[in-house]
Structure formats: C-alpha cells, structure tokens
Design a protein around this ligand. Sequence first.
Ligand SMILES: [Zn+2]
Length: 250
Amino acid sequence: MRKLTDEEIEQTWRLIQEYYERYLSEQGVKRISLRKGSQYTKDALVLVYLAQGYPNTRWVSKEELTSFIRLYYPQTPDVQQARHLGPQKGYYVLSTRRGNHVGEFSEELRGESAYKLETLERSHPNYHPERRSVSGGDEFDFIKERYGRRCATCGSLEGERNFRYPNSITQLQKGHRNPRKPLQGDNIIPQCQFCNRADRNYWVYDERGRVVGVASAKVVIRSIEKGYINDEEAVRILEYLDRRLRRRQI
Ligand SMILES: [Zn+2]
C-alpha cells in the first residue's frame, strides 16, 4: 500500500469531475471538494481510490480502503466515507452490506464490508436529493450548494485551485450582496477569500454575483479622478444631487 502521487490523484479527480459535470450534477449528487486547506479530503480520497481504472472498477474491502486513508490520516479508526458517499451524497457506490446488491460480488467478500464504484453516470438508486435540502446542513451550506460551490464573483470552485490565484485553494466565505444590509438570508452570496477581501464593502451584487451598484462614495470619487466617470457624467451626478438637495431629499 502506497500513497498515490498528486498527479495520479488529480488525473482521476479530473475524470470524476468530467462525469460529475456531465451527469451527476443535474441529478443532485452532492459536490465534494478535493482539498480542504492543503489536505485532500477523505471523501475525495475514497472516491479517487474507488474510481481508479474507471470504468473498470473493482471491489475494495473496507480494510484496504482504511489502510489507504490512514496513509493520509493516520488517526482514522475506520473509514465510513464509502458508505456515506452512496445514499447520503448520491454517488453510486455499491456496498456488500446493502442487501439489494447481494449476488454481484464474489464469495470471498461475503461477510466482509466492501465497496465498488458502479458508475459515474447515474446517482445512487437510494439517493433522494430533495431530502437533503430539508434536513441538510446549515444555511450557508445550502446557499453554497445553490451556487454549485463556486465563488459568485469569479467562479472559482471550493476546494480547488483559485482561478486568479492558482497557488491557493479556494475557500468560500459569506459575502454581502448589499453591504448596508445584515449578512443573512438572501443577502449572502458565496465569495472566495480573494473576491471577498477585494470587495471592501464597495459593491452591490445581484443574486448572480454581478455588480449592480456601488455602495461607497470613495469608488465614485476615485472613478471621477481616474476619468472612468468623465466630466459630462460627473456633471450629471452633480445636477442630480443638487436637485435632491433642493427637494430636501438628502
Ligand atoms: Zn472569487
């Protein structure tokens, strides 16, 4: 038993992602992250291990899978991920412990816990994605799911290399749609650590993460200074503010 090289992991992961985007995403299968911080997630490692040689996958015993995961997480007592990838997250991972699949595996595996990735084109037959939205996770997790776990502004995928800072792994944070309103409910969009930091409460976004307004005089002033807003436009702003002042609206 050896660790897989980063290249081996990434190669298999890319294949999984291609199938995910083509088939599994629209079936509501939960997206999992390759990394959390600098480490591979257990879910991703299990899926990569089971997907090796896809579509010619094989039965892998729980013992073997646990040995593999312990190469990365030495403290792991017992790998539960393979079981959770199925009915809970939607991946079509067969298990010897699930009665309806008895008969498809060899005699040696009888009585043993083992798993096999059946296909990346269909979700697990016992998976019901709508159940997840009722019981599943916290509010932000639900919001991130709606955005396909991507930064609403730059599209970087959570747990993957950031589009604009490829040496960094994308972390999603709660960003304001409107910085003048509280950070809750519909006012939250997921943003990567870079887009969120660069935001500085300057911008207002629509629900698709597009900028629809500015929330800071600083931006307007700087835009006039830089000529982004030309003199003609600046005069329009002045006249508009002047009218509002006269009507005592400000
Ligand atoms: Zn971003």
